[in-house]
Design a protein around this ligand. Structure first.
Ligand code: TXA
Ligand code: MG
Length: 353
């Protein structure tokens, strides 16, 4: 398949003439990758089971891993769900459009091919103007997982999407780099108590403040590697997530101790003839004499760390690093999402110093 790439003239004020073609492809059951404020999505008509099937093929993703239906307007939610629980209403009012996905009981309109056989449906209203204009023009809810090959980091630029999807989908809508860089927060509001299934830019603290009480994380998020008999609420969490080609180790502790431990391990591996990468921050990048040094952002601006996270991991894959040693981050606010992705990428290999 020949993958067409169109570059948006103005992502903030998308030109509907430019979006007509991708909207038509989506409506008619084809696949189009497009930018959202979190990561690039691989879109298909969420109400068309055949279209959803194509997503699984293009990504090489297990078909029991459900998809998120993306909508452009509040009115688009009601046909997809049987009920909007009170907690869902509060969260939608506070954070939609934005980087928040909510899980509701699904209506019969949503095919099981989209929800991986579940009776619930994940819905998100992205804030990105291009995403929202495209969904509105398509006139149908758009199922969109991250636009990466299953097992690779989520794409945060159109080039990342191109690397994984060229030849497999009809079109890539190139809107430049995304803003946030990690996938949306997922909150299940279909049960008795709302629960965070995946941390993201709508943080635990932000959601708790809106709900007026502390919201819990799915225990599967905190418990580390999942045992075969544990069933996480978000089926996606049970699959081996992205793992870098290199052996990634996180080092946690006070900065001085972390830098010195990373330098020691780097030196040992370099002496043994390996290619070694170091993931550091703007504040510490001068403190590492050896290895391939990449700053992931500034500790004073955690958003910059989320923004660069996947690009840095992809770069180390391209550089064929054998070992990567990474600094760690706080586990509160946006740090929770950053550490969730980093710990999974490291296969839960953390050294405390
Ligand atoms: O930021 C995002 O959410 C991006 C952009 C493109 O919008 N999309 C995204 O989709 O990250 P994906 O497919 O890569 O991740 C969706 C996650 C999976 O872990 C899946 O298991 C979970 O959402 N999920 C989807 N529907 C669910 C449901 N009904 N119940 C529980 N988890 C669900
Ligand atoms: Mg994904």
């Amino acid at each position: 398949m020949n993958t067409k790439r169109i570059v948006l003239k103005d992502r903030e004020n998308p030109d509907s003439e430019q979006l007509k073609e991708p909207a038509k492809i989506l409506r008619e059951g084809g696949l189009v990758a497009f930018p959202t404020e979190t990561v690039y999505g691989l879109g298909a008509n969420a109400l068309n089971e055949e279209a959803a099937k194509k997503i699984y093929e293009a990504k090489g993703r297990p078909s029991d891993n459900p998809l998120i239906a993306h909508i452009a307007d509040f009115d688009d939610l009601l046909p997809l769900v049987t009920e909007v629980p009170e907690a869902g209403k509060k969260l939608m009012e506070a954070f939609w459009p934005g980087p928040l996905t909510l899980i509701f009981p699904k209506s019969s309109l949503v095919p099981y091919g989209t929800t991986g056989g579940l009776d619930t449906v994940a819905v998100r209203m992205p804030a990105d103007p291009a995403a929202s204009a495209l969904i509105r023009l398509a006139g149908v809810p758009i199922a969109a997982p991250s636009a990466n090959t299953s097992g690779r980091p989520s794409p945060t630029t159109a080039d990342h999407v191109w690397q994984d999807m060229n030849g497999k989908i009809q079109m890539i809508v190139d809107g430049g780099a995304v803003g946030i860089g990690v996938e949306s927060t997922i909150i299940d509001v279909s049960g008795v108590e709302p629960m965070i299934l995946r941390p993201g830019a709508v943080t635990q603290e932000m959601a708790s403040a809106v709900l007026g009480k502390e919201i819990c994380l799915d225990p599967a998020i905190i418990s580390g590697p999942l045992k075969a008999d544990v069933r996480p609420k978000a089926p996606g969490m049970k699959y081996k997530h992205y793992a870098p080609k290199a052996d990634l180790t996180l080092v946690e502790g006070n900065t001085e101790a972390v830098v010195s431990a990373i330098n020691k391990m780097t030196e040992e591996k370099l002496e043994a003839g390996y290619r070694v990468g170091v993931i550091c921050t703007d504040e510490t990048s001068d403190l590492y004499p050896g290895g391939i040094i990449r700053s992931i952002g500034s500790r004073l601006k955690e958003e910059s760390v989320a923004h660069n996270l996947y690009a840095v991991l992809r770069e180390f894959d391209d550089l064929d690093a054998d070992y990567i040693f990474s600094e760690s981050f706080s586990r509160s606010h946006l740090g929770q999402a950053i550490m969730n992705r980093l710990t999974k990428a490291a296969g839960y290999h953390i050294i405390k110093v």
